[in-house]
Unconditional design. Structure first.
Ligand code: CS2
Length: 504
């Protein structure tokens, strides 16, 4: 819905709205911050203030402030869309987090988001916050495509039009990378210590990735600056996990009714939450370990476990479930054949590629995932997860495929998932209706779909040509292309339900 519907209600008075002055009147069942928001300083700038960050990183920092007050308020930045700012500014940055499962719903108003900025409207304001001495961390959830990189190699895409723009006009950046670089350059010039850059996106080695991209970008601006960034800026890796579907109108209505005043943009999530972070914060950090964050030396095993088991299964559910006509993850998982396929995918294909993190139990982790995917209180749309497949496939499905092929092992279910993505980006569903394919490469995907006109062999061959997705190796390996093309043939001929039932 357009922003007006979220933020403006004709005739609404401030007291009808969730905000600082209406907090005192909230029902006792709704938890709310007891700490002194008025004395909270901005210590973190967050780029990409969406539902995920509000239900994850902000929820941890809010819990921390409740235990131990400190200078860790958050300035939330949207790069382009004004929607979050328009909804939360009249609420003084306050919003409700609804934690839901079959057992019910718990509500808490989160208080650590102090202000909301829209970079596209006012880049100077964002750069000013990022160069404040009090700011010690910049966190990011800008989604995979927000890194403007080549997903297959993890290198900066130097030809990306927004990156070109940010190199030409460094003081008016458009991308997260451009903002980080300009703010760091200003801090360096002012003799201020750099902030720590903490990526919270679902990328393999997300800290290493942002470090690599940022260094290259800085080097293109000026080699000496590039060397300084490489030397001085810490970019710890992190694994983030919490399922946070897009908020619906029904969520807004239900939460507002429970509050007795309107919350234009609550977040709705599950009870499960996990955050594993490498402890490299030279400028200091909140004592997040006191509220459940796992601070470790090496995030890699956690991240691979999560990307392959959770996100790999999610993408499989998204493409196959959507094609089968299922609207949500839990609807898809209610179909026994799909549930069996997902379990077998983890048991027989993705799970065996993992080196589990210390103390983690693979069987328990998979059991918990199945329960989480089945959560009937979340309406997590298959269409939402299906977005940006070109950015997600490498780490979720293609890297486990590489590991299995290297070990000479079969990839039937993983190949079916890749074929389902291909069937999905063909752009027409099994009933002949158009699919709204959202992807940074959508134009190229549509061109390929049009040119290959539903011929599975030609469609697959053309898509394999996307080197940024499949790399140079997989398209040349018949042990990969063979099963994918075979599965794609069957998806076109028999439909997703029949193929899932036969493959499960
Ligand atoms: C999902 C993730 O939309 C997607 O691609 O797979 O957002 C997923 O819900 C989170 O990573 C869970 O931690």
């Amino acid at each position: 819905p357009p922003a007006e519907r979220r933020s403006e209600n004709p005739g609404e008075r401030p007291s009808d709205r969730l905000n600082a002055s209406s907090l005192a009147a909230l029902p006792a069942a709704v938890a709310q911050p007891a700490y002194d928001r008025g004395h909270l300083e901005i210590g973190i700038v967050h780029l990409g203030v969406g539902a995920f960050q509000r239900a994850h990183q902000a929820a941890y920092t809010d819990a921390l402030l409740e235990r131990e007050f400190g200078p860790w308020g958050i300035a939330g930045v949207s790069l382009r869309s004004p929607d979050t700012r328009d909804a939360l500014e009249p609420q003084d940055g306050l919003y409700t987090m609804a934690v839901r499962d079959a057992g019910g719903e718990r509500l808490r108003v989160i208080g650590c988001l102090l202000e909301l900025l829209v970079a596209h409207e006012d880049p100077d304001a964002v750069l000013e916050r990022m160069t404040r001495p009090s700011v010690r961390i910049v966190t990011l959830t800008v989604t995979e495509k927000g890194y403007c990189h080549d997903p297959a190699t993890g290198a900066l895409n130097e030809g990306h039009p927004d990156i070109r723009h940010d190199l030409d006009m460094p003081a008016k950046p458009r991308t997260a990378i451009g903002f980080l670089a300009e703010a760091l350059a200003r801090r360096r010039a002012a003799g201020l210590a750099p902030f720590t850059v903490l990526s919270c996106d679902n990328l393999p080695g997300n800290g290493d990735t942002v470090a690599r991209i940022l260094r290259r970008f800085a080097e293109l601006r000026d080699p000496a600056f590039g060397a300084w960034v490489a030397d001085a800026v810490a970019c710890p890796n992190s694994m983030v996990d919490r399922i946070v579907p897009a908020t619906t109108e029904a969520d807004r209505a239900r939460v507002s009714a429970a509050l007795g005043r309107r919350d234009a943009w609550p977040v709705v999530t599950e009870p499960f939450t996990q955050w594993v972070v490498e402890d490299r914060f030279p400028a200091g950090r909140p004592a997040w370990e006191t509220v459940g964050v796992e601070l470790v030396a090496d995030v890699h095993p956690y991240e691979t476990m999560k990307l392959r088991l959770l996100n790999g299964s999610h993408s499989t559910i998204a493409y196959l479930g959507y094609l089968a006509g299922y609207e949500t993850v839990s609807d898809t998982m209610a179909d026994q054949d799909f549930a069996t396929l997902v379990r077998n995918l983890m048991d027989q294909e993705t799970g065996p590629t993992l080196h589990m993190p210390p103390g983690a139990d693979l069987e328990q982790y998979k059991d918990a995932l199945i329960t989480r995917f089945r959560n009937p209180a979340l309406r997590h749309r298959t269409w939402q997860i299906a977005m940006d497949g070109t950015q997600k496939l490498p780490q979720r499905l293609l890297n486990p495929i590489r590991d299995r092929l290297a070990a000479g092992l079969p990839i039937d279910r993983l190949a079916l998932a890749v074929a389902a993505w291909m069937r999905y980006v063909a752009g027409t569903d099994e009933k002949g209706q158009p699919i709204d394919v959202r992807d940074p490469l959508a134009a190229g995907l549509a061109e390929i779909a049009g040119r290959t006109a539903g011929d599975p062999e030609r469609l697959a061959t053309a898509l394999f040509g996307l080197t940024a997705v499949f790399g140079e190796d997989l398209p040349r390996d018949p042990r990969f292309t063979g099963p994918v093309v075979a599965a794609l043939h069957r998806l076109f001929a028999e439909g997703a339900r029949a193929v899932v039932a036969a493959t499960a």
